[in-house]
Design a protein around this ligand. Structure first.
Ligand code: KG4
Ligand code: ZN
Length: 347
C-alpha cells in the first residue's frame, strides 16, 4: 500500500489550522492559531481581518508543525487544503499557499471539503467508529444529519432550514449581551442555571422529517429577555432552557435518523459537538438503546488542520481524492457536502 504524508491547511473562517498526517503513523503534529482575540472587539468575525491574519500566521505555523513532527517539507506526498465552504478571502489564503507550496515541491494540492473534515474527525480517535454511521454535523454554519457508509459516501438525511445550531448559540448569546465567541460562553452560563423555569419551544420536533429550525428559538429568547420582570439573575436559567431546547431537538432527530437508517452508531462533529450537555444526553440515550455515540476529541471539534490532512489522506488511500484545481485556485465559499458524494442530496 502506498504511504502518504499529507500536510493539511485550514483557513475557512477564524482559525489558521495546520496538520501533518501519515497514512500508517497517524497524526504526527498539528497546530491551531485562533483569531478570537482579534474579532472579540467587533462581536463577530470580520472577514477582511480574518484573511489578513491568515496571511500573517500561515507560513510560520506550517514551519512550526513540520518541525514538531520532526520531518521536512520534502517528505510530503500531498497538500490538502480547505477549499470550501467558508469565507472567500480566508479560503483564498489557504488555497494560495497550498497551491504555491505544492508547485514548488512538485506534489499535488488537493481540495478538501471543510465539512468532510469535520465529519471524519472522530475517526482520528484511538477507537474510531466503523462504517456505517449517522453523522450529526453541528457547526457555526451547518446543522445536518448524514448517512455515512464509507469515505466519500454521504447521503443527506436532513438539515436546518434556517440558522445552524452553532449560529443559534452565537446569536442568542449576543442578544443576551454575552461576549464573543458566544456559543461556548452561553453553554458555560447554562451550566449555572436550571432548565424548565422558562418555557421555550422545541422547533420542528414533530415535523415528521429530519430537518431542523433554530431561528424561532432565538426570537423566543429575545421576547423573554424583554419582559418587564426579567432580571440578570435569571440569565443562567434562560440559557439553560435554550441549551436544553437545542439539545432536545438534536437528540430526537438523531435518534429518528438512526431508526430510519437502521444504523446503531452516531458520530457527532463540528464545534457544537463540544457542548457538554449534548454529549451527556446523547451518551445516556444511545447507551440505553444499545447504540453508541462517538465524538471527536475536543481539540478536533472546532476548526483545525488535522482533520483536513486526515480527510485528504483518507481520500488518497481510497483512491477518491477530489480533482486538483489545475492552474486556478479551487475555492467554493458555498459548497453542499452532498456534491462530493455519489449518493447525492436528500430525496
Ligand atoms: O465547527 P466550528 O468550529 O466552526 C464552523 O465550521 O462553523 O463551530 C463553531 C461553532 C460556533 O457557532 C460556536 O459557538 C459553537 O460551534 N460552539 C458551541 C460550543 N463550543 C463551540 N456551541 C455550544 N456549546 C459549546 N460548548
Ligand atoms: Zn468548521
Amino acid at each position: 500500500m502506498t504511504q502518504h504524508l499529507v500536510l493539511g491547511i485550514e483557513t475557512s473562517c477564524d482559525e489558521t489550522g495546520i496538520g501533518l498526517y501519515h497514512s500508517t503513523r497517524g497524526l504526527l503534529a498539528h497546530r491551531v492559531f485562533s483569531q478570537i482575540d482579534l474579532h472579540a472587539a467587533y462581536g463577530g468575525v470580520v472577514p477582511e481581518l480574518a484573511s489578513r491574519d491568515h496571511v500573517r500566521r500561515i507560513v510560520p505555523l506550517i514551519r512550526e508543525t513540520v518541525q514538531a513532527a520532526q520531518c521536512s517539507l520534502n517528505d510530503l506526498s500531498a497538500i490538502g487544503y480547505t477549499s470550501g465552504p467558508g469565507l472567500a478571502g480566508a479560503l483564498l489564503v489557504g488555497a494560495s499557499v497550498a497551491e504555491s507550496l505544492a508547485m514548488a515541491l512538485s506534489i499535488p494540492a488537493i481540495p478538501v471539503h471543510h465539512l468532510e473534515g469535520h465529519l471524519l474527525s472522530p475517526l482520528l480517535a484511538s477507537e474510531p467508529p466503523p462504517f456505517p454511521f449517522v453523522a450529526l454535523l453541528v457547526s457555526g454554519g451547518h446543522t445536518q444529519l448524514m448517512s455515512v457508509t464509507g469515505v466519500g459516501e454521504y447521503a443527506l438525511l436532513g438539515e436546518s432550514v434556517d440558522d445552524a445550531a452553532g449560529e443559534a448559540f452565537d446569536k442568542t448569546a449576543k442578544l443576551m449581551g454575552l461576549p464573543y465567541p458566544g456559543g461556548p460562553v452561553l453553554a458555560r452560563l447554562a451550566e449555572q442555571g436550571v432548565a424548565g423555569k422558562f418555557k421555550l419551544p422545541r422547533p420542528m420536533l414533530h415535523s415528521g422529517n429530519l430537518d431542523f429550525s433554530f431561528s424561532g428559538l432565538k426570537t423566543a429568547v429575545l421576547t423573554a429577555c424583554r419582559q418587564a420582570d426579567f432580571s440578570a439573575e435569571q440569565a443562567p436559567d434562560l440559557a439553560a432552557e435554550f441549551q436544553e431546547a437545542v439539545v432536545d431537538v438534536l437528540l430526537t432527530k438523531s435518534l429518528a435518523a438512526l431508526k430510519q437508517t437502521g444504523f446503531s452508531r452516531l458520530v457527532v462533529a463540528g464545534g457544537v459537538g463540544a457542548n457538554t450537555r449534548l454529549r451527556e444526553r446523547l451518551h445516556a440515550q444511545l447507551g440505553k438503546r444499545g447504540g453508541r455515540v462517538y465524538f471527536p476529541e475536543l481539540a478536533f471539534c472546532s476548526d483545525n488542520g488535522a482533520m483536513i490532512a486526515f480527510a485528504c489522506a483518507m481520500r488518497l488511500q481510497a483512491g477518491r481524492a477530489l480533482p486538483c484545481a489545475e492552474g486556478s485556485f479551487a475555492i467554493r465559499p458555498r459548497w453542499p457536502l452532498a456534491d462530493i458524494s455519489p449518493m447525492g442530496a436528500k430525496s
